[in-house]
Ligand binder design. Structure first.
Ligand code: PA5
Length: 444
């Protein structure tokens, strides 16, 4: 097993010391045991703990369907939102060419933007596509509407039999409107198990099918996750486990008034990882009027926009840097004869070296500006390493949420906007709420 991830907490030193972390050992051990024994709050949703193993029996079918899509279509339209979207997207964006991306998978149902929708519906008319509609509940408005529209569009170009081949659903085994449509139409489907919550589902068929269609090695991804799971499950000492150290450090920073965490990366390919991480931590911890607000920054780009605030604004922030030790490509910098741009002092260095120095410069500047920071270092940008990262964050957020005293596996607050939206849109059964909202909107 090659550990591809490490955590450096040296620049937390004025806020969190090793002895502070050791002093939290008993509390961390108690929540860790409750998680692993499945006696913690929300324990019905801890199927993700063993997912890197339990999903293995589904790999042959996932790979077979991914190969079929590769042979028969140019694009997979992946319909889903939140946990049914962010995992696959984060993996594909992380592994893809950072400039060109990966257009094998095209996303839909992750918002309700009208112009995007029009463009997507036009796109599917022109292209040879398969569809993977992913919704655990099978009732979420954004993907449900997306699927409604795309079925109508595709029915103009494919027969019902052909659609039966081209549409694959990933949903609950028994409940929800999507399950009903899937069974009635005879679509092929994957099941999201009852004990896997959306934001913990990247290593289930929700994430694995689109990732495989995009051409990435899902076996290596799962091998990385299994190796990190082994570390997380076997190491109980806070200081010996990166996931426990990260969770405990966050808890102590929050106790000291640090209410916002910025996940700051120097790698553009990590942008969507931060989006996935924001959902994982935001939905898991932000409840009962507590929790650390998860934010993100793309560096060095955002040093020229958010950098001023990070250096000198309100001190409610802490920062977690995310770096990749070995870039895939070395881009050398050469001297030029007249040194007109005065950059010859960089001669014989590389772009990667400049980026690494930018990280060091920033972490020390922020530390000196009273912005405590830690760093998650990934050895490289590949599937195995990403599997370790996914599991590391899932385990850490479970510990972190339990330390805060919340159920990390539910998301009751997400319902509020949905109820209002259904009422305003006139969904049957929401008449009373619609009347109450209408009064509020009129200012009565
Ligand atoms: O983490 C979660 O459970 C949520 O964010 C869901 O993933 C999101 O709301 C989408 O739900 P569904 O897959 O039921 O359409």
């Amino acid at each position: 097993m090659a550990k591809q991830l490490s955590l450096d907490i040296a620049l937390l030193q004025d806020y969190v010391t090793e002895s502070d972390l050791e002093n939290l050992q008993a509390k961390v051990s108690a929540v860790r045991e409750s998680l692993l024994n499945k006696t913690c709050a929300g324990s019905d949703y801890t199927g993700w703990i063993d997912l890197p193993w339990s999903v293995e029996s589904q790999l042959p079918v996932i790979k077979e369907i991914a190969a079929e899509i590769g042979d028969r279509a140019d694009h997979l339209i992946s319909i889903g939102i939140g946990g049914s979207y962010l995992g696959a997207r984060s993996a594909i964006d992380f592994l893809a060419d950072p400039l060109l991306g990966n257009d094998r998978v095209v996303y839909f149902g992750h918002h309700i933007g009208s112009d995007y929708t029009a463009s997507l519906l036009n796109f599917v008319q022109q292209k040879n596509v398969y569809v993977n509609v992913i919704s655990k509940s099978g009732t979420t408005m954004e993907p449900a509407l997306g699927f409604h529209l795309i079925r109508e569009a595709l029915a103009k170009k494919y027969s019902r039999d052909e659609l039966r081949t081209r549409i694959i659903a990933t949903t609950d085994k028994a409940s929800g409107v999507l399950r009903g449509i899937t069974d009635a139409e005879g679509y092929r489907s994957f099941i999201i198990e009852d004990d896997i919550g959306g934001r913990f589902s990247v290593l289930s068929p929700s994430g694995l099918l689109p990732i495989a269609v995009a051409g990435y090695d899902i076996e290596a991804l799962l091998a990385g996750a299994r190796d990190m799971a082994h570390i997380c499950k076997s190491e109980a000492a806070v200081l010996a486990s990166d996931a426990l150290t990260y969770a405990a450090a966050r808890y102590l920073l929050f106790q000291k008034g640090k209410q916002v965490e910025i996940l700051a990366s120097f790698e553009p390919s990590a942008h969507s990882i931060a989006e996935w991480w924001k959902q994982l931590f935001g939905e898991s911890e932000g409840k009962e009027r507590t929790g650390i607000y998860p934010a993100s920054a793309n560096l060095t780009t955002d040093l020229h926009s958010l950098g001023q605030f990070m250096q000198e604004g309100s001190r409610c922030l802490f920062e977690t840097f995310f770096t990749i030790t070995a870039a895939r490509a070395r881009v050398p910098i050469h001297a030029i004869d007249d040194d007109a741009d005065q950059l010859n002092f960089l001669a014989d260095q590389s772009v990667e070296f400049v980026n690494q120095q930018a990280y060091s410069a920033t972490s020390y500047a922020h530390y000196e500006g009273d912005l405590p920071n830690m760093t998650i270092r990934l050895a490289k940008r590949d599937e195995y390493t990403l599997g370790q990262l996914f599991y590391f964050f899932e385990f850490a957020v479970a510990i972190s949420g339990l330390l805060l005293g919340v159920n990390p596996f539910d998301q009751p607050g997400v319902e509020a906007y949905k109820q209002n939206m259904f009422a305003l849109l006139g969904k049957p059964g929401y008449e009373e709420r619609r009347a109450a909202l209408a009064k509020k909107i009129k200012g009565e």
